[in-house]
Design a protein around this ligand. Structure first.
Ligand code: PMV
Length: 352
């Protein structure tokens, strides 16, 4: 099919997300071993610009990749491989020269994973590029589903960043519309208690992780607890969905913290056990539980595959929580740093 537009620029911003029920274990190209449920963030965002120009067809993908204004060969190679591995329906990309410019709002050295935000931004740019280059129109739901599917093939958790609010990714028998290939926005109404949930990302250490999440997923193959873990995750997605729609804070906190600790428990009990927590991660978790007990404020924690702690709390207690972080938790943070984030409404297309 001939291109109707032979050159142009497309830009999207796309946020990171934090899983409350964790995706840990996969088959093939990011087919999740269990469903997951996440919250899309607001401030931790990648801005990505894709510039394209038609050229004579080549055997491979012609790509230049700039990260924060500088050519980055490592990311370039990773993205070239991803693009070359896409299904044949995307082979027309070999008729273009692509220049990608990517930057993050969150500090590069903070130990915050950027693959969810960057790969979802890239997937959305590819979807817009196809529309623009071929003059296609696509219905919105189909557009975002396909973007989520494309993002998944680059990085599993990126599938969930395509939507704002709470998101579910992975097939669940009892929840219609769920799918292993793409994420969907949480079915049902979010109870007011959980709208505008805040996430203070407490930065404990920016040291490079000793084990990558790719290796961690692999260690779930043959993990002694794998099967019961996958069943537990399905139950927890269903339980959290009910808690979020009914406004059940106790269940929300119980499942969220159980999931965080289970993720790290799985790492510690794998065939090659490993530990990503820092002593300060443990102190912070204990302090969060203590604060909840002492004040009655519904604060809780979740953790990604790293030492940083995500402190979740409702927006209406922002003032006392901020005061407490700065007075008491600061001491346990690397250079006193934390990111004042919260629930976001999802990616945005920028006008060039
Ligand atoms: O998307 P990946 O391959 O980086 O894996 C993400 C794994 C966790 O962040 C630990 C959990 C999750 O569901 O995001």
């Amino acid at each position: 099919m001939p291109l109707v537009c032979s050159r142009g620029k497309i830009s999207w911003t796309s946020p990171s997300n934090i899983a409350l029920v964790k995706y840990w274990g996969k088959k093939g190209i990011q087919v999740p071993a269990n469903p997951s449920l996440s919250m899309t963030l607001n401030r931790s965002v990648t801005a990505l610009q894709l510039e394209y120009e038609e050229m004579p067809e080549s055997n491979g993908i012609r790509l230049d990749f700039y990260f924060e204004g500088e050519k980055n060969l490592l990311f370039e190679e990773k993205i070239r491989k991803y693009l070359e591995g896409l299904p044949d329906t995307w082979s027309w990309l070999r008729r273009l020269h692509l220049v990608v410019r990517s930057s993050n709002t969150f500090p590069h050295s903070a130990g915050i994973a950027s693959s969810a935000s960057s790969m979802s931004a890239l997937a959305l740019c590819l979807m817009s590029l196809r529309q623009e280059a071929f003059g296609l129109k696509q219905e919105e739901t189909a557009f975002y589903r396909e973007a989520s599917d494309l993002a998944r093939q680059a990085s599993g958790s990126a599938a969930r960043s395509v939507f704002g609010g709470f998101t579910i990714w992975g097939a669940l028998q009892d929840i219609p519309g769920t799918d292993d290939r793409f994420a969907i926005p949480l079915p049902g109404e979010v109870h007011p208690t959980f709208r505008n949930l805040k996430d203070a990302i407490l930065l404990v250490s920016s040291a490079k992780k000793s084990v990558s999440s790719r290796a961690g997923h692999e260690l779930m193959n043959g993990h002694p607890f794998a099967e019961s873990r996958y069943r537990m995750a399905s139950r927890n997605v269903a339980g959290l969905l009910t808690a979020i729609t009914e406004g059940d804070t106790d269940t929300f906190i119980r499942i969220t913290e159980q999931e965080a600790l289970t993720l790290h428990g799985l790492m510690m009990s794998s065939h090659e056990p490993f530990l990503l927590l820092h002593p300060n991660s443990i102190i912070l978790m204990e302090k969060i539980r203590q604060f909840r007990q002492d004040t009655g404020h519904p604060v809780c924690f979740t953790i990604d595959a790293g030492p940083n702690i995500h402190l979740l709390y409702p927006e209406n207690i922002s003032a006392p929580v901020r005061e407490w972080i700065n007075a008491e938790l600061n001491l346990y943070l690397e250079n006193g740093r934390w990111i004042d984030d919260g629930m976001g409404s999802g990616p945005e297309k920028l006008n060039e």
